[in-house]
Design a protein around this ligand. Structure first.
Ligand code: PLP
Length: 278
Protein backbone atom coordinates (compact mmCIF):
# COMPACT_ATOMS: atom_id res chain seq x y z
CA UNK A 1 0.00 0.00 0.00
CA UNK A 2 1.10 3.57 -0.55
CA UNK A 3 1.16 6.50 1.82
CA UNK A 4 -1.36 8.25 -0.41
CA UNK A 5 -3.98 5.58 0.30
CA UNK A 6 -3.66 6.28 4.00
CA UNK A 7 -3.65 10.07 3.77
CA UNK A 8 -6.73 11.83 5.03
CA UNK A 9 -8.52 14.54 3.09
CA UNK A 10 -7.78 18.10 4.21
CA UNK A 11 -10.54 20.65 4.68
CA UNK A 12 -11.74 22.18 1.40
CA UNK A 13 -12.17 25.91 0.85
CA UNK A 14 -13.83 27.32 -2.26
CA UNK A 15 -12.95 30.67 -3.85
CA UNK A 16 -15.62 32.18 -6.09
CA UNK A 17 -13.38 34.75 -7.74
CA UNK A 18 -11.69 36.25 -10.77
CA UNK A 19 -8.27 35.36 -12.19
CA UNK A 20 -5.25 37.67 -12.20
CA UNK A 21 -2.83 36.81 -15.01
CA UNK A 22 -0.09 38.48 -12.95
CA UNK A 23 -0.67 35.97 -10.14
CA UNK A 24 -0.95 38.62 -7.44
CA UNK A 25 -4.62 38.96 -6.58
CA UNK A 26 -7.96 37.26 -7.11
CA UNK A 27 -8.20 33.47 -7.11
CA UNK A 28 -4.44 33.11 -7.50
CA UNK A 29 -3.99 34.86 -4.15
CA UNK A 30 -6.88 32.87 -2.68
CA UNK A 31 -5.41 29.50 -3.59
CA UNK A 32 -1.99 30.47 -2.24
CA UNK A 33 -3.53 31.68 1.03
CA UNK A 34 -5.59 28.49 1.32
CA UNK A 35 -2.47 26.33 0.86
CA UNK A 36 -0.44 28.42 3.31
CA UNK A 37 -3.23 28.00 5.88
CA UNK A 38 -3.39 24.22 5.47
CA UNK A 39 -6.54 23.72 3.42
CA UNK A 40 -7.21 22.47 -0.09
CA UNK A 41 -8.25 25.29 -2.42
CA UNK A 42 -10.98 24.83 -5.04
CA UNK A 43 -12.16 27.57 -7.40
CA UNK A 44 -15.19 28.77 -9.28
CA UNK A 45 -13.83 31.31 -11.77
CA UNK A 46 -16.17 34.27 -12.29
CA UNK A 47 -14.10 36.30 -14.73
CA UNK A 48 -10.79 36.23 -16.54
CA UNK A 49 -8.86 39.45 -16.12
CA UNK A 50 -5.98 40.58 -18.32
CA UNK A 51 -3.80 42.01 -15.60
CA UNK A 52 -0.21 42.78 -14.63
CA UNK A 53 1.50 44.78 -11.89
CA UNK A 54 0.31 48.03 -13.51
CA UNK A 55 -3.39 47.19 -13.51
CA UNK A 56 -6.31 45.50 -15.23
CA UNK A 57 -6.53 46.04 -18.99
CA UNK A 58 -9.46 43.76 -19.82
CA UNK A 59 -12.17 41.72 -18.09
CA UNK A 60 -14.01 38.73 -19.55
CA UNK A 61 -16.88 37.51 -17.35
CA UNK A 62 -17.65 33.78 -17.36
CA UNK A 63 -21.27 32.84 -18.23
CA UNK A 64 -23.32 32.75 -14.97
CA UNK A 65 -24.41 29.13 -15.53
CA UNK A 66 -20.74 28.08 -15.82
CA UNK A 67 -19.92 29.85 -12.53
CA UNK A 68 -22.81 28.01 -10.87
CA UNK A 69 -21.78 24.67 -12.40
CA UNK A 70 -18.24 24.97 -10.98
CA UNK A 71 -19.65 25.54 -7.48
CA UNK A 72 -22.17 22.71 -7.79
CA UNK A 73 -19.72 20.11 -9.07
CA UNK A 74 -17.11 20.84 -6.39
CA UNK A 75 -19.71 20.87 -3.61
CA UNK A 76 -21.18 17.54 -4.76
CA UNK A 77 -17.91 15.70 -5.28
CA UNK A 78 -15.45 16.83 -2.60
CA UNK A 79 -17.64 18.93 -0.33
CA UNK A 80 -16.93 22.50 0.70
CA UNK A 81 -16.04 23.37 4.31
CA UNK A 82 -16.07 27.15 3.75
CA UNK A 83 -16.47 29.44 0.74
CA UNK A 84 -15.57 33.02 -0.13
CA UNK A 85 -16.45 35.41 -2.88
CA UNK A 86 -14.05 37.89 -4.46
CA UNK A 87 -14.56 39.57 -7.83
CA UNK A 88 -18.06 38.74 -9.08
CA UNK A 89 -18.17 40.98 -12.17
CA UNK A 90 -21.93 41.27 -12.73
CA UNK A 91 -25.40 41.19 -11.17
CA UNK A 92 -26.21 38.10 -13.26
CA UNK A 93 -23.24 36.18 -11.83
CA UNK A 94 -24.20 37.24 -8.29
CA UNK A 95 -27.76 35.97 -8.83
CA UNK A 96 -26.44 32.63 -10.11
CA UNK A 97 -24.03 32.34 -7.15
CA UNK A 98 -26.80 33.07 -4.63
CA UNK A 99 -29.06 30.45 -6.18
CA UNK A 100 -26.48 27.66 -6.26
CA UNK A 101 -25.28 28.52 -2.74
CA UNK A 102 -28.82 27.89 -1.50
CA UNK A 103 -28.89 24.64 -3.44
CA UNK A 104 -25.65 23.26 -1.94
CA UNK A 105 -26.01 24.79 1.54
CA UNK A 106 -23.34 27.51 1.40
CA UNK A 107 -24.11 30.48 3.67
CA UNK A 108 -27.37 31.44 5.40
CA UNK A 109 -26.15 29.78 8.59
CA UNK A 110 -24.95 26.63 6.79
CA UNK A 111 -21.45 26.25 5.34
CA UNK A 112 -19.43 29.35 6.37
CA UNK A 113 -19.59 31.98 3.63
CA UNK A 114 -17.22 34.95 3.54
CA UNK A 115 -18.27 37.77 1.22
CA UNK A 116 -15.45 40.12 0.22
CA UNK A 117 -17.39 42.84 -1.62
CA UNK A 118 -14.74 43.55 -4.26
CA UNK A 119 -15.69 46.59 -6.33
CA UNK A 120 -12.48 47.90 -7.87
CA UNK A 121 -8.76 47.18 -8.04
CA UNK A 122 -6.19 49.25 -6.16
CA UNK A 123 -5.44 50.98 -9.45
CA UNK A 124 -9.12 51.94 -9.78
CA UNK A 125 -10.23 49.50 -12.50
CA UNK A 126 -13.83 48.39 -11.95
CA UNK A 127 -14.17 44.69 -11.11
CA UNK A 128 -17.93 44.90 -10.61
CA UNK A 129 -20.61 46.32 -12.88
CA UNK A 130 -22.18 49.52 -11.54
CA UNK A 131 -25.63 47.92 -11.24
CA UNK A 132 -24.26 44.95 -9.28
CA UNK A 133 -23.89 46.73 -5.91
CA UNK A 134 -27.60 46.24 -5.32
CA UNK A 135 -27.21 42.51 -5.97
CA UNK A 136 -24.43 42.34 -3.37
CA UNK A 137 -26.67 44.15 -0.87
CA UNK A 138 -29.81 42.13 -1.48
CA UNK A 139 -28.50 38.68 -2.49
CA UNK A 140 -25.13 38.20 -0.80
CA UNK A 141 -25.13 40.11 2.50
CA UNK A 142 -28.15 38.21 3.87
CA UNK A 143 -26.37 34.91 3.12
CA UNK A 144 -22.96 35.96 4.49
CA UNK A 145 -21.33 34.54 7.61
CA UNK A 146 -18.90 37.46 7.39
CA UNK A 147 -18.55 40.44 5.07
CA UNK A 148 -15.08 42.02 4.78
CA UNK A 149 -15.35 45.50 3.22
CA UNK A 150 -12.54 48.04 3.07
CA UNK A 151 -13.41 51.69 3.67
CA UNK A 152 -14.04 52.42 -0.03
CA UNK A 153 -16.42 49.47 -0.31
CA UNK A 154 -18.25 50.62 2.84
CA UNK A 155 -18.80 54.04 1.25
CA UNK A 156 -20.22 52.36 -1.86
CA UNK A 157 -22.41 49.83 -0.04
CA UNK A 158 -23.88 51.88 2.82
CA UNK A 159 -22.74 55.45 2.13
CA UNK A 160 -20.86 55.84 5.45
CA UNK A 161 -17.49 57.60 5.55
CA UNK A 162 -15.46 55.79 8.21
CA UNK A 163 -13.08 58.15 10.02
CA UNK A 164 -13.08 56.80 13.59
CA UNK A 165 -14.50 54.11 15.92
CA UNK A 166 -17.99 55.64 15.98
CA UNK A 167 -18.33 55.72 12.19
CA UNK A 168 -16.87 52.19 11.94
CA UNK A 169 -19.67 51.02 14.29
CA UNK A 170 -22.23 52.94 12.25
CA UNK A 171 -21.01 51.22 9.07
CA UNK A 172 -21.15 47.79 10.73
CA UNK A 173 -24.70 48.47 11.95
CA UNK A 174 -25.81 49.46 8.43
CA UNK A 175 -24.33 46.24 7.02
CA UNK A 176 -26.05 44.18 9.76
CA UNK A 177 -29.30 45.91 8.78
CA UNK A 178 -28.77 44.54 5.26
CA UNK A 179 -28.52 41.02 6.72
CA UNK A 180 -24.80 40.40 7.29
CA UNK A 181 -24.33 38.15 10.35
CA UNK A 182 -20.85 39.55 10.97
CA UNK A 183 -18.89 42.47 9.58
CA UNK A 184 -15.14 43.06 9.53
CA UNK A 185 -14.51 46.78 9.00
CA UNK A 186 -10.96 46.83 7.66
CA UNK A 187 -9.17 49.95 8.85
CA UNK A 188 -6.08 49.53 6.68
CA UNK A 189 -7.06 52.38 4.34
CA UNK A 190 -7.81 54.88 7.15
CA UNK A 191 -4.62 56.83 6.52
CA UNK A 192 -5.45 57.23 2.82
CA UNK A 193 -9.07 58.25 3.43
CA UNK A 194 -8.48 60.65 6.37
CA UNK A 195 -4.93 61.89 5.72
CA UNK A 196 -4.16 61.20 9.41
CA UNK A 197 -1.02 59.18 10.02
CA UNK A 198 -1.76 55.76 11.57
CA UNK A 199 0.71 53.70 13.58
CA UNK A 200 -1.61 50.68 13.56
CA UNK A 201 -4.10 48.95 11.30
CA UNK A 202 -7.20 48.40 13.39
CA UNK A 203 -9.97 46.09 12.15
CA UNK A 204 -13.35 45.96 13.89
CA UNK A 205 -15.25 42.66 13.95
CA UNK A 206 -18.91 43.24 14.73
CA UNK A 207 -21.38 40.41 15.29
CA UNK A 208 -25.11 40.92 14.74
CA UNK A 209 -25.84 40.25 18.43
CA UNK A 210 -23.76 43.27 19.44
CA UNK A 211 -20.50 41.47 20.30
CA UNK A 212 -17.38 43.33 19.11
CA UNK A 213 -13.70 42.46 18.78
CA UNK A 214 -10.80 44.66 17.74
CA UNK A 215 -7.79 43.31 15.88
CA UNK A 216 -4.65 45.45 15.85
CA UNK A 217 -1.37 45.17 13.98
CA UNK A 218 1.51 47.53 13.35
CA UNK A 219 1.01 49.48 10.15
CA UNK A 220 3.64 48.41 7.63
CA UNK A 221 4.07 51.09 4.98
CA UNK A 222 4.83 48.94 1.94
CA UNK A 223 4.44 49.76 -1.74
CA UNK A 224 3.59 46.17 -2.71
CA UNK A 225 0.17 45.25 -1.33
CA UNK A 226 -1.54 43.89 -4.46
CA UNK A 227 -3.94 41.12 -3.47
CA UNK A 228 -3.91 42.08 0.20
CA UNK A 229 -7.68 42.21 0.62
CA UNK A 230 -8.18 38.89 -1.14
CA UNK A 231 -5.51 37.23 1.00
CA UNK A 232 -7.08 38.42 4.25
CA UNK A 233 -10.56 37.17 3.30
CA UNK A 234 -9.21 33.85 2.03
CA UNK A 235 -7.06 33.18 5.11
CA UNK A 236 -10.13 33.83 7.29
CA UNK A 237 -12.06 31.42 5.06
CA UNK A 238 -9.31 28.82 5.51
CA UNK A 239 -9.62 29.16 9.29
CA UNK A 240 -13.38 28.64 9.05
CA UNK A 241 -12.84 25.60 6.77
CA UNK A 242 -10.60 24.19 9.52
CA UNK A 243 -13.45 24.54 11.98
CA UNK A 244 -12.20 27.58 13.87
CA UNK A 245 -14.61 30.00 15.49
CA UNK A 246 -15.14 33.25 13.60
CA UNK A 247 -13.07 35.21 16.12
CA UNK A 248 -10.17 32.73 15.90
CA UNK A 249 -10.38 32.66 12.09
CA UNK A 250 -10.22 36.48 11.91
CA UNK A 251 -7.25 36.44 14.29
CA UNK A 252 -5.53 33.92 12.01
CA UNK A 253 -6.33 36.10 8.98
CA UNK A 254 -4.96 39.21 10.65
CA UNK A 255 -1.72 37.43 11.54
CA UNK A 256 -1.52 35.97 8.03
CA UNK A 257 -2.04 39.26 6.18
CA UNK A 258 0.40 41.15 8.40
CA UNK A 259 3.04 38.56 7.59
CA UNK A 260 2.12 38.54 3.88
CA UNK A 261 2.44 42.34 3.68
CA UNK A 262 5.72 42.20 5.60
CA UNK A 263 7.11 39.75 3.01
CA UNK A 264 5.62 41.51 -0.05
CA UNK A 265 7.94 41.83 -3.03
CA UNK A 266 8.48 44.02 -6.10
CA UNK A 267 7.43 42.48 -9.42
CA UNK A 268 7.02 44.18 -12.76
CA UNK A 269 6.92 47.95 -13.23
CA UNK A 270 3.95 48.58 -10.91
CA UNK A 271 2.76 47.19 -7.58
CA UNK A 272 4.02 43.79 -6.49
CA UNK A 273 1.96 41.34 -4.44
CA UNK A 274 1.72 40.43 -0.79
CA UNK A 275 3.62 37.20 -0.31
CA UNK A 276 3.21 33.65 0.83
CA UNK A 277 6.91 32.99 0.04
CA UNK A 278 8.26 33.07 3.56
N1 PLP B 1 -7.95 41.33 -9.62
C1 PLP B 1 -8.84 40.50 -9.09
C2 PLP B 1 -9.32 39.36 -9.90
C3 PLP B 1 -9.30 40.75 -7.78
O1 PLP B 1 -10.20 39.92 -7.24
C4 PLP B 1 -8.82 41.85 -7.04
C5 PLP B 1 -9.27 42.14 -5.69
O2 PLP B 1 -10.09 41.52 -5.12
C6 PLP B 1 -7.89 42.68 -7.65
C7 PLP B 1 -7.48 42.39 -8.93
C8 PLP B 1 -7.40 43.92 -7.01
O3 PLP B 1 -6.42 43.71 -6.10
P1 PLP B 1 -5.71 45.02 -5.52
O4 PLP B 1 -6.79 45.96 -5.13
O5 PLP B 1 -4.97 44.49 -4.37
O6 PLP B 1 -4.85 45.55 -6.63
Amino acid sequence: STAAQHATSPPVALAIAGTDSGGGAGMTADVRAFAACGVHGSVAVTAVTVQDSLGVSDVHPVPPAVVAAQIRTVARDMGVDAAKTGMLASAEIIAAVAEVCDEVGIGSGGIPFVVDPVAASMSGSPLLAGDALDAIRSLLLPRATLVTPNLDEIALLVDVKVVDDASAREAAAALHDLGAAAVLVKGGHLEATTGREQAECVDLLSLAGGEEHEFRSVRLDRPHTHGGGDSLASSITAGLARGMSLVDAVALGKEFITRAVDHSYPLGAGHGPVSTLW
